[in-house]
Write a protein that binds this ligand. Sequence first.
Ligand SMILES: Cc1cc2nc3c(=O)[nH]c(=O)nc-3n(C[C@H](O)[C@H](O)[C@H](O)COP(=O)(O)OP(=O)(O)OC[C@H]3O[C@@H](n4cnc5c(N)ncnc54)[C@H](O)[C@@H]3O)c2cc1C
Length: 508
Amino acid sequence: MNESYWLLSSKSKKYKVLDEDINTDYLIVGGGIVGITTAFLLAKEKLSVTLLDADRIGYGATGRNTGKVTTMHNSYAKIEKKYGLEKAKLYYEANNKALKFIENTIYEYRIDCDFEKVPAYIYTTDENYIEDLKSEYEVCLRIGIPCKYYDGLEGIPLDVKGAISFENQGQFNPKKYINALAELCEKLGVKIYENSPVDDLQKEADYIIKTRNNNTINTKNLVIASHTPWYDGGLKLYFGKEEANCSYLLATDLNTDLPNGMYLSIEEPVRTFKVYNENDKKVLIIGGSDHQVGKGNIESDIYKEIEEFAESNFNSRKTITKWMTQDYMSFDDIPYIGHINSKEKNIYVATGFCKWGNTNGTVAGLLIRDLILNNSSEYEELFNPTRGGSYLSTRFMSFNLGVALDYVKGKLNFGYDDMPTRKGEGRIVNIDGKRYGAFRNYDGNLHIVDITCTHLGCELRFNSAENTWDCPCHGSRFDYDGNILNGPALKPLKKYGYGKNEVDPKLL
Ligand SMILES: Cc1cc2nc3c(=O)[nH]c(=O)nc-3n(C[C@H](O)[C@H](O)[C@H](O)COP(=O)(O)OP(=O)(O)OC[C@H]3O[C@@H](n4cnc5c(N)ncnc54)[C@H](O)[C@@H]3O)c2cc1C
């Protein structure tokens, strides 16, 4: 998997692996912006907190996003249409508080994460989208968001036909921010463990959580901050009510004068770009080409498409690094944050950030803190993970119908009879009537894995931009050796010769 600009340009402290059984009052699983923010807020209240991550702190979506800290989510018109103006206002208010929290925390603790105040824009170069843009603008005005509408944008080398700007937004290096918060957590007494994936939960007097290397954590309260939940809350179907969607990003040199700002198109293919100032250096962060994980034209070189866009419009000649990441999209544009279900009040979940998790993930930390301390939050109902609107929608129905079709389609793809020959080539192959995924590495060696997803049994597809096996059903991703990169799958893929993958028995 490629590394993001933020991972390459920040130093990570190593935390130890959990290698014993422990007790804790509050267990947080996941060390991205949700987990670390929640740990920080609880530790400030002098609660006893342990945080575990399957990988390294900040190496998930948080360390790989675009680094925008903004309330400009291009979703106010949709939220108002579904839930009315008051709920759209509440959504803005919660995210605006999160933005201010990030900004104040950075100033208070002098966090060096290249934070900068910049405007955020959504724009279109296509006249057919002007009406949508104007509707979004009108709802923003009704909410009371300080924003402006423009018929074009000066200084941008694109034929912009309409744009909305939000002033006083922010950008930062998200990995540096998370690193600093994690160190503050440690100073406040949080115990942090890395490379310690959890995959089981049992309820006795307390919750007993098991790690993959068989250590147990006994806890009274559990915060599931693993991006998509690894525990489904007793068939609450989280995996069926959010879509895994990914985008591709590049950091390139900048050879054009661009005004400081963060830009996002509303038409397809989505394009996002911003100037990132790091000391005296200016870097262009540019990307887009969103698609549902495991779907779309993933056999093609999607990075090349973005490189060409960067070169022809911004005169970029050198890609410093390129990377892909994914996020989970709720079906009503509002994340799921709160109690995992109505019975297990001591298990909290936060997911479905619709690619706005720097602010929405911070909302999650603040909301969960309030639920724990006060047993209530003014935003509890809006973000309630089991709200009716998350199930009772045409998107829920069509998504799950699509999953069923993808399941069948995958089973009908029997693959090639011969192995990939080119270095860096991956394909589905047929060995003795059984489907496998074969990848020829750059050293010429073949890596063959069973490609039936260990989550619910869909067949994986090869993503040639990242050399990964991606699930079109619920967005799990695996590297070419079968290791998990993204859930909801909890078990790795088996290598050829080691038997068949087992689908998650709890879900079946
Ligand atoms: C291309 C792209 C660009 C984006 N840009 C922006 C942006 O500019 N601004 C913005 O606000 N949002 C952006 N987002 C969204 C944002 O990155 C995410 O919503 C946010 O980072 C999610 O945070 P998280 O803490 O939930 O997840 P993560 O950061 O992924 O953290 C989850 C952690 O949980 C760990 N974990 C998972 N399973 C287990 C397990 N079983 N046991 C233990 N640990 C586990 C993982 O290792 C990981 O470290 C973007 C998303 C994408 C896809």
